[in-house]
Each structure stands twice: as C-alpha cells, then as structure tokens.
Design a protein around this ligand. Structure first.
Ligand code: SF4
Length: 486
C-alpha cells in the first residue's frame, strides 16, 4: 500500500512534513522519503525503513531539508519521491497505487522515444518513474496527469511538487482517499485525514474520484472535476485505515463499532445457544469491532491478550512469513486470569491463511479456555487485490478459503463456482466455513456478511470496492489500456 503527504506554506514546511509523513507509517514498511523546495532548489532524502521507523531515520535530515513546500511518502515498494527534469520543468513526484499494465505502458513509452528507466532489484522498474513518463507525454501537468490516469490499469493517486505549487490527483475510481487540510499559513495534502489534526490544520476539501487540484498556501484550484463513478476500498475501514481517520466522511473506529454491533445482532438472532463470558478483539484491528459487539450484546469486553507495544509499535510486518508468525507470537502476551475456564468470543479483522488465528486458538485452549468462538469482521477472503499494492497474501492460494476450494474442486475452478463460495446463502459457502472451523479448532465460526459490511460503512453499495470478498468489479474497462485490448 503506502501513503503520501505534502505541505505548501508561507513559512518553513519541514516539521509539518516530517510529522505528516510519519503519521502514515502504518501504511508501509519499505521506504520513506521527503522532498522539499526552498532557497536551494529541490532537495530530497530517501531511507530504508524496514528495520527502523521513519522518525528515527529522518530526524537528522529535517535539519537539512529546508523549504516552504514539500512532499513525502511511506512506500511499500519503490523508493520515492523522485525528482524529475522534463520539458514541463523540474518537479518532485510521489505515488500510491498499482500499475497492472506496466509492460504495455513501457512499450508505449519506448515507442514515444523514452530511452531508459531506472532499474530496481529483480529487473523491476520504478513505478513512480513510469507514471512521471506518462505525465511528461503531454503539454501541461494537468493534461499529463489526466492522461496518466486514463492509461493506467490499476489505481494511482499522485502528488507532485513544482517550483510554485503542489498538484494532487486522486486515482480514477477513488480507491484510495486524498484530502486537503488548511491552516492560516498554508495547506497540506494527505492520504489520512487524521495526519494533520495535531499539526493545526482543519479539514478543508476531500478530492473526488479522478479529481485533480492545484494547491497553494491560499487554497486550491480545481484542474479536473471528479468523475461520478467511485470504488473506494472497503478494506480501508475493515483493516488498514487508522482508527482516527475518516474516508468520505465515515470514521474507521465508528464503522468498526457498527460491524461489531451487526455481528452481535446476528448471534443473538441466530445463535442463541452460545453464551460467551467475554468478548475480545485480536489486537489491534479486532479491538474496535469487539467493543461494538460487547456494547450491543451486553457481554463484557476484555483483553485476554495484550500487545507488547514498546518494541512492536507497528501494525505491518516483515515480508518473510516465518518471521511474521514469530513476531505475531512474540508481541501478544496472554492474561491467563481472563482465559482459564472462560468461554471466549474473539473478533479478528479477517482470516487470511488461518495460521496465526489457529495458533492463538490452540494457545487459548492450552491456557484453559473452555470455548473459542471466532467472528471475523469481514466475509471470507477469496480474491487477491488487483487494484492497489495491498494484499494480505502473496498469492490467492495462500488464503485458507482457496486451499479448501482447491481440495474440493481441483486446480482449475471456474469463476461461477468461486462466486458460489462467496455467496453466504450457498451450500458451498457453509461447507467451506465448517471445514475452516474444524481445521482451526474453533467452537463456532461465523463471518460478517458482505451486505452487513457495506451497511456498516454506510456508503451506497455501488460506490465501494468489495472485490476481495465478492470477486465482482475486476475491471470497469475505462482505461485506454483495457479499451485497446477489447
Ligand atoms: S480488492 Fe479489496 S483491497 Fe483491493 S481495492 Fe478492492 S476492497 Fe480494497
């Protein structure tokens, strides 16, 4: 995934930029970057943040990066921001998203005379550089951004800094958010709208899907109006958005309470024979859902295990799965008084491979738990994300659901069968759940329904992307790349 943040001010922007980017640290683990424009022109710093947080890596750079404008990012993939010199002039650029038609766009760029790209490890190119190359194909920044958005299959939110303004462009279908904050001296552009609260900015403007705005210290000027169609990522609310953030005016924490309330309501209506002693959330993202469940059901909320935060403050993990499992195990510390002889109802944001939740359940039984009821706060994950660089699994077959489906259906599963497994009223769905329940040794298992998930968000169904669970909405065929293929 990743996050971006920018500031344009009448005064020094450096400290606001530093803290604003740092507040996006939950969105990525690989690279952090800051670029400023000041008396010495463009200046930039990029660091590897895989083993050490953004703040510790950049606290010394802050003294050297002086300017009144700046952009930066937390990136899960390529080093950014890039400093570019083209016929449009000098600029810095940072992006969040994913390009699925990279080969096609590279071919297009070479045909247009672009001779080379920076190569990163394993022969991959820097995606942000490819985006800049598309922008440079046109006569103005505005036209270039609109052109890049049309050409890219995937999703791309872009933040640029020229010598006199910032330019912000939200991805074509608004899968990721982009907001403007304002205070007396200037404006900021941010993925997360909580990132500027403590810096003194107030909410000023939320870009619509595909909208492009120019930003100066005084305010914004619209360069391209938003499109009508929106497919904002619903996983933002379920898992990776920060609890204090709101997207499209809907707060993450409050949405998670509603999820929990709906899970409780269904249990009270359909599962009257289960009587948990306590409700708990798997830290951190399951906690708010559990609070909602406890409030609605009247069953006390408790924390039978607590995360050791002083040394494990970040919610994302190393790429290596074994290390991830180890870290997950090490950072959760049990409270045996709250486990022994208790019937527990546990809410996790989702089940990916099932390994960690299975181990947690075994651990709870070994610690004396009498029952472990599991309520994931979203439906069964069946499809990897093709739109953003966000995935909770390396391949679809890592997902416990897909492994069970392969065992039942063979290696080649027709799409209509997969969609049947996604239907909460189908026999296949219920048999798959029973298999997951048995394998992971849960007393009972019931997932959040997709229609309830959409209701918990509160936006019209057609405005939110639910592809991970429903498999619907893979391609809207809007980008030029797709149109050429059809
Ligand atoms: S596929 Fe899933 S993670 Fe990707 S944009 Fe859609 S809801 Fe979000």
């Amino acid at each position: 995934m990743g996050g971006i943040f920018g500031v344009i001010s009448k005064k020094s922007c450096t400290m606001d930029l530093f803290f604003g980017i740092d507040y996006h640290s939950h969105l990525g683990t690989k690279r952090g970057g800051m670029a400023v424009y000041g008396p010495n022109g463009f200046n930039r710093s990029i660091h590897n943040i895989e083993n050490s947080p953004f703040r510790t890596k950049f606290e010394h750079d802050v003294e050297e990066l002086e300017g009144t404008m700046g952009i930066g990012c937390i990136s899960d993939t390529e080093p950014q921001p890039l400093l570019i010199q083209s016929h449009l002039g000098s600029y810095a650029i940072s992006t969040v998203g994913k390009v699925n038609n990279e080969e096609e766009l590279l071919k297009y760029a070479y045909e247009k005379g672009h001779t080379h790209f920076l190569e990163m490890s394993r022969s991959r190119i820097n995606t942000t550089e490819l985006v800049a190359t598309l922008i440079d194909q046109q006569a103005t920044f505005e036209e270039g951004l609109a052109f890049a958005q049309e050409m890219i299959d995937g999703s791309m939110t872009i933040l640029m800094m020229t010598r006199d303004r910032l330019i912000a462009s939200r991805d074509r279908l608004g899968r990721t958010p982009l907001v403007i904050g304002k205070k007396e001296d200037g404006c900021c552009v941010s993925f997360e709208n909580f990132a500027y609260i403590n810096l003194g900015y107030h909410d000023y403007y939320e870009l619509g899907p595909g909208e492009i705005v120019s930003v100066t210290p005084e305010g914004i000027e619209q360069l391209k109006a938003p499109g009508e169609e929106m497919q904002i990522c619903s996983f933002l609310w379920v898992y990776y958005g920060y609890p204090t953030s709101s997207y499209e005016g809907i707060n993450v924490e409050a949405m998670r309470y509603r999820c929990g309330e709906m899970l409780a309501k269904h249990d009270m209506e359909e599962n009257g024979n289960i009587h948990p002693d306590i409700v708990a959330g798997v830290p951190d993202s399951g906690i708010a859902h559990a609070v909602g469940y406890a409030n609605a059901s009247g069953i006390p909320f408790a924390r039978p295990f607590i995360k050791y935060t002083p040394t494990w403050p970040r919610s994302f993990m190393p790429q290596n799965q074994e290390q991830r499992n180890l870290i997950a195990r090490m950072k959760l510390i049990p409270v045996s008084d709250l486990i022994r002889d208790k019937k527990l109802l546990l809410i996790d944001d989702s089940i990916v491979r099932g390994t960690q939740l299975g181990e947690t359940t075994t651990f709870l039984y070994n610690s004396g738990a009498k029952e472990v009821h599991i309520r994931p706060a979203c439906p069964p994950l069946l499809f990897g994300c093709p739109f953003l660089n966000f995935s909770r699994s390396k391949s679809d077959l890592d997902l416990i659901t897909r492994r069970i489906i392969r065992e039942r259906e063979g290696n080649e599963v027709p799409e209509e069968i997969l969609l049947d497994y996604a239907d909460p009223d189908s026999r296949n769905y219920h048999e798959m759940l029973e298999e997951i329940r048995k394998r992971l040794n849960f007393t009972t298992l019931r997932y959040h329904r997709l229609d309830d998930l959409v209701k918990s968000i509160g936006l019209p169904e057609e405005k939110v992307c639910t592809y991970c669970w429903s498999g619907k909405g893979r391609c809207t065929g809007h980008c030029k790349g797709c149109q050429k293929k059809q």
